[in-house]
Each structure stands twice: as structure tokens, then as C-alpha cells.
Design a binder for this molecule. Structure first.
Ligand SMILES: Nc1ncnc2c1ncn2[C@@H]1O[C@H](COP(=O)(O)OP(=O)(O)OP(=O)(O)O)[C@@H](O)[C@H]1O
Ligand SMILES: [Mg+2]
Length: 209
């Protein structure tokens, strides 16, 4: 079980993640959605240790990871892929190609392969299909589905594409202005007026597109 409790970070006067308490159970895939700047990547950074929390804690299987560095959290079981791909650009990926020379879609797939090779308990994906060709998207979704088939793995997925969210998510958490705004099963969360208004940009009374 991964838990964040009252997780908070302030940048000067701006509270980018504000008092977010949530639990993520093994065998579940939770989509984390919200508008640009809502705090999704920052929330991931706080969980994986790229950023230090101003307040609150991160626990995995009851163990407090909050004081640990990012590499130590990775060794504890938290695996994380990045919104902007982070590779070892000069190492070979295919025998005769440096990672930096691969097409964008292959770079993203390589990052996911690196993550899978670490065998983490928790997989965190930050917009894994962003900027990918239509041919590459199903490959990545299939990889995520395979991970999901393992009941010991916990998956957190930041994703803007609602069709992907609908297909993969067991649960949706909505962040808005750094705060947890909704949390529940996909159908209920997507239909909720607060999400229709704040995330999908509709007024609650407007008919759905
Ligand atoms: N290191 C930082 N210093 C100052 N402000 C930051 C920092 N990192 C993030 N922010 C701010 O925190 C807020 C949340 O940013 P974040 O990148 O987490 O949003 P996001 O939900 O991932 O958005 P997107 O969907 O565009 O990826 C934004 O207002 C951003 O400018
Ligand atoms: Mg982001």
C-alpha cells in the first residue's frame, strides 16, 4: 500500500500540492487527472523524492519514505517514469544506436522498459503516451495493461487522454490547484459536476459534448 498523507509543497507563496491524502492499493491502477498546472507532476515528484515536501508524508507498506532520497525510494519499490523522458543518452539502446538517437516514441518505450527492469512495486507514469505516434500508443498501453495484470503492482497514471483513462483506470483522482478535488470510480468521477466544470471546462448545466 502506497499512502500520501497531507502531502504539501510550497514554492514561495504558491502551494503547488496542498494537503493531499490518498492510499493506493496493490492490484489497482489510479488515473491522476487535472488541468495543466494542477500539480500532478509535482505530486509525483514528492512521492518519488525528486522534491522534498514542505509538510506531510509518503509511506510504502507502512514504512515512512519521506526522509529518503529519490534513489533510496526507488530501491524501496517506487518506480517512476518522467513526463519529459529521462534516459542515459549516450548509452547504446540498440546495438549500434545511442539512446539519444532513437525516435521519440522509442525513447519513451525505452524509459518504460528501464522502469520495468527495476521491478518496482509501484509504477508511476506521467503522460506516457504524450507526443507518441498512433502506432506507438497501443504498444505502451499494452505494456501498462501487462503490469496491471500483476496483482502485486500498484500503478499511478497521469493522463490527459480520457479515452485512455476510461479504458485503464480502476479509479480516478482529480487534482485542481494542488488539491484533491474528487476521488472515486471512473464513471462517477467523470460524471461529477465539479469535474465537468473544472477539468473538462464545461459549466455543470451545459450538455455534454
Ligand atoms: N520547481 C518549481 N518551482 C516553482 N514552481 C513550480 C515548480 N514545479 C512546479 N511548479 C508550479 O507548480 C504548479 C504545478 O505544476 P505541475 O508541473 O505539477 O503541473 P501538472 O499538473 O503536472 O501540469 P501539466 O498537465 O501541464 O503537466 C504549476 O503552477 C508550476 O508552475
Ligand atoms: Mg505534469
Amino acid at each position: 500500500m502506497l499512502e500520501t498523507e497531507s502531502l504539501t509543497i510550497r514554492f514561495g507563496g504558491h502551494v503547488a500540492v496542498n494537503d493531499v491524502s490518498c492510499r493506493y492499493a496493490p492490484g489497482t491502477l489510479t488515473a491522476i487527472v487535472g488541468p495543466n498546472g494542477a500539480g500532478k507532476t509535482t505530486y509525483f515528484n514528492l512521492i518519488s523524492g525528486q522534491l522534498r515536501a514542505s509538510a506531510g508524508s509518503v509511506r510504502l507498506n507502512g514504512r515512512d519514505l519521506t526522509p529518503l532520497s529519490a534513489p533510496a525510494r526507488m530501491h524501496a519499490g517506487l518506480g517512476r517514469a518522467f513526463q519529459l523522458t529521462q534516459l542515459f543518452p549516450r548509452l547504446s539502446a540498440r546495438r549500434d544506436h545511442a539512446a539519444a538517437d532513437l525516435p521519440h516514441g522509442d525513447q519513451r518505450k525505452l524509459e518504460i522498459a528501464m522502469l520495468i527492469a527495476l521491478e518496482p512495486q509501484v509504477f508511476m507514469f506521467d503522460e506516457p503516451t504524450a507526443g507518441m505516434s498512433v502506432d506507438d500508443v497501443p504498444v505502451v498501453l499494452e505494456l501498462i495493461r501487462e503490469i496491471k495484470n500483476d496483482p502485486s503492482k500498484t500503478i499511478l497514471l497521469v493522463e490527459h487522454k480520457m479515452d485512455v483513462v476510461r479504458e485503464l483506470a480502476d479509479r480516478i483522482v482529480v487534482l485542481h490547484n494542488g488539491q484533491l478535488m474528487a476521488d472515486g470510480d471512473p464513471a462517477t468521477v467523470i460524471a461529477s459536476p465539479i469535474v465537468q466544470q473544472a477539468y473538462l471546462g464545461m459549466s455543470p448545466t451545459e450538455p455534454k459534448a
